[in-house]
Design a protein around this ligand. Structure first.
Ligand code: PEP
Length: 253
């Protein structure tokens, strides 16, 4: 019912030439991946969106951006608007990644504004939520996740919520090699689905995709994906190499 979404977040890696070479290979190895089994996306740096789109256009790989600025245009030096992303063929946009929250002080309010603007411009947000290690240790995981979900989805109407993918990314598992166990992840995913049910209804809660992110690797992807409420993965480090990203995308084999 919910087709899993495997999205590669390249962060600030790969230049133009490396990006073209990489997606040219991906296009071939993923050409037989059935779209009803898994949806694939890559999220390169802004500078590489155009060349990547030129390679993957018309294939089963969708294009994602890693951020946006929530204005159509204006005097915002160094920022990129949703309209500019649309013009480059962008489909998904990652919003509220923990690195944005941590290094760029992004708040729930700002993230919520970005989600709304992305939707208004026909982009599909991937909203990242998740607790830090200290918060988990202090037993605050559900509180933090609730704050991120209710803040990030504030005033998003019923007819728009299904265009949003939630990515549960425990901060302590991102880029650390320490992934949440499938059971730990499932517990939070189930909780997120219950929050969506409370905010909207059961039918909508069953439709919204909730990805897991945090050191997803070929070795752990199958067990994570076997969980009822885990609908794909947002993959950082392991999405940068053909071999590991291929195995993650083809987890169903
Ligand atoms: C991420 O950047 O969203 C991420 C989950 O990174 P990694 O897979 O490297 O932990």
């Amino acid at each position: 019912m919910r087709v899993p979404l495997i999205a590669g977040n390249w962060k600030m890696y790969k230049d133009v030439n490396e990006s073209v070479e990489f997606v040219t290979t991906l296009k071939n190895i993923f050409k037989d991946v059935p779209e009803d089994k898994v949806e694939i996306a890559v999220c390169p740096p802004f500078t590489n969106l155009k060349v990547v789109n030129d390679v993957i256009k018309g294939t089963n790989i969708k294009l994602g951006a890693q951020n946006l600025y929530p204005k159509q245009e204006g005097a915002f030096t160094g920022e990129i608007s949703p309209l500019m992303l649309r013009a480059l063929g962008v489909h998904y946009v990652i919003i509220g990644h923990s690195e944005r929250r941590q290094y760029f002080n992004e708040t729930n309010e700002f993230i919520n504004e970005k989600v709304k603007v992305a939707l208004n411009y026909g982009l599909f947000p991937i909203l990242c939520v998740g607790e830090k290690l200290k918060e988990r240790e202090e037993g605050k995981t559900f509180d933090v996740v609730k704050d991120h979900i209710t803040g990030g989805l504030k005033d998003i109407p019923k007819d728009k919520i299904i265009y949003i993918t939630i990515a549960y990314e425990p901060v302590w598992a991102i880029g650390t090699g320490k992934n949440a166990t499938p059971e730990q992840a499932e517990e939070v995913h189930k909780y997120i689905r219950s929050l969506i049910k409370d905010m909207y209804d059961e039918n909508i809660a069953q439709k919204v995709r909730i990805q897991y992110g945090g050191s997803v690797k070929p070795e752990n992807v199958k067990s994570l994906m076997s969980m009822e409420n885990i609908d794909g993965a947002l993959v950082g480090g392991a999405s940068l190499k053909v071999d590991s990203f291929e195995k993650i995308v083809k987890f169903y084999e």
